[in-house]
Design a binder for this molecule. Structure first.
Ligand code: NAD
Length: 443
């Protein structure tokens, strides 16, 4: 028997990666949704059924809900204030100078919305924030809202992964509801009635704990990645094989195989900035051991980029000047066109700065990569990127690259040499086709 959803009027403030996905998913649950962004172009495109980023399945779901009349877009805070029974804050919280989170977008959004909150409502924060932000925001909103309006605030952090955004929004491992009153938890239960009925747990807690759950989840995942990457260094030093090591560790149920993939490390718009912001918070709170742990995780992660740059230099004879390097992958991870803090583009930039001619291919991220690093060359196909290359670098583990025929690619390169910085290619197949193959952390 299906769950009956009593539709609520929801506004989503900030229609970027998180906000647009959330708006579409909430409309798909049956709610009436009005999404707002200050970027007019984004709003126009979304209203026309276009997503401004690559996310499997999101565009058809956006169109379906636009057609059903459950989803609209606006740039007007007055319209949003009047419309919403619940307002979700989904704006960006990027890294400020010094590593702490920049909360200016969040403060601006709350400040712009508050004067229009004429009827009782709940504000729900979804952005990733330092602990203490929610309570400060509630004070700010209550001061700026019309006198007498009952405004509540909850924090419902988002755990979605780019590439799996719909699945993660509608069927996450758990919902986290940070609240100050039972009524807020009740409203959140109504919003998420369908997934909750399907058995997804909702954990209700105070605001501070909810804020910390999100950043500590990211800190744990980043630590797991950096752990296996120092193990890769240990394997290289000892002549051992980190891929076999990771597989054996992953079979231990206490450890598990996920986020235990050795390679070039993490990047993207979330993990790096979130662990730096958490590090800054930990220092502010006087929790120096946490600040030091997170600093080490970040340093290990950056070290992987240096290591690949060094290996590349060595593999072409000690100097990169004039050497042609073909790079496979520009996105920070596969199934995404996001190049924010992309480890691949960082390495490309380092190689280019030493005089290498870098030709990059990516199945979907090239337009974003070209905007972010216009100094690099971009190739429409793997073989075009590899034309005349002295070395091929595998930097983002798209499934397409595992299907490359090494014998065919051998016919276009100047030298059959490849470095697999993501440890996912079948090295024996490449070697059989005459390639010299180096894999991070493997003999
Ligand atoms: N992208 C992810 O995978 C992900 C996952 C979980 C959590 N988060 C968190 O979600 C938040 C948003 O991240 P994102 O990736 O969606 O960022 P984003 O940059 O894609 O989107 C942010 C949006 O907010 C809009 N905005 C900025 N100021 C505004 C204002 N005053 N009023 C209305 N809109 C405004 C921007 O125009 C932009 O469209 C961050 O805190 C991030 O850490 C992101």
């Amino acid at each position: 028997m299906g769950t009956t959803v009593t539709p609520l009027r929801l506004t989503i403030i900030g229609a970027g990666y998180l906000g647009l996905t959330h708006a579409v998913c909430m409309a798909d649950l049956g709610h009436e949704v009005l999404a707002l962004d200050v970027d007019e172009q984004k709003i126009t495109r979304a209203g026309a059924g276009e997503t401004p980023f690559f996310e499997p399945g999101l565009e058809p779901l956006l169109r379906k809900n636009l057609d059903a009349g459950r989803l609209r877009f606006t740039t007007s805070f007055a319209e949003a204030g009047e419309f919403g029974e619940v307002h979700f804050l989904c704006v960006g919280t990027p890294q400020a100078d010094g590593g702490a989170a920049d909360l200016s977008y969040l403060n601006a959004a709350a400040g712009a919305l508050a004067p229009y909150l004429a009827t009782p409502c709940l504000i729900v924060g979804k952005s990733t924030v330092p602990v203490g932000t929610a309570r400060a925001l509630l004070d700010q909103i209550r001061t700026a809202a019309p006198a007498g309006t009952g405004v509540g605030l909850a924090w419902n952090p988002e755990f979605l992964r780019e590439g799996y955004a719909i699945q993660d929004s509608l069927a996450p491992d758990r919902f986290v509801f940070g609240v100050t009153a039972d009524a807020a938890a009740g409203l959140l239960r109504r919003i998420y009635a369908k997934p909750l009925a399907a058995g997804i747990p909702a954990l209700v807690m105070d605001l501070e704990t909810a804020e910390l759950v999100k950043v500590s989840a990211n800190a744990f995942l980043a630590t797991k990645i950096s752990f296996i990457n120092v193990m890769a260094e240990a394997c290289e030093a000892a002549g051992a094989d980190v891929v076999q090591l990771a597989e054996a560790l992953g079979h231990d149920e206490r450890i598990g195989p996920r986020f235990l993939k050795p390679g070039l490390g993490f990047g993207g718009g979330c993990l790096p900035k979130d662990i730096r912001a958490f590090r800054a918070t930990a220092a502010d709170l006087g929790v120096t051991s946490l600040a030091s742990l997170l600093g080490t995780v970040d340093t290990i992660n950056f070290g992987r980029r240096t290591r690949v740059t060094t290996m590349t230099r060595e593999a072409v004879g000690g100097s990169l000047a004039g050497k042609r390097i073909a790079v496979l992958g520009a996105a920070f991870k596969p199934n995404s066109d996001d190049v924010r803090d992309s480890p691949s583009l960082d390495v490309c930039g380092r190689l280019s700065a030493e005089g290498a001619v870098v030709s990059v291919h990516d199945p979907v991220a090239m337009p974003n990569a070209a905007r972010s690093r216009p100094d690099l060359r971009y190739a429409a196909s793997v073989s075009e990127a590899a034309e005349g290359a002295d070395l091929v670098l595998h930097l983002t583990e798209w499934a397409d690259y595992q299907a490359i025929d090494p014998a065919a690619l051998a016919t276009v390169v100047a030298r059959r040499a490849i470095i697999d910085a993501r440890c996912t290619l079948d090295a024996s197949q490449w070697r059989a086709a005459g390639w010299s193959v180096r894999v991070l952390g493997r003999p």
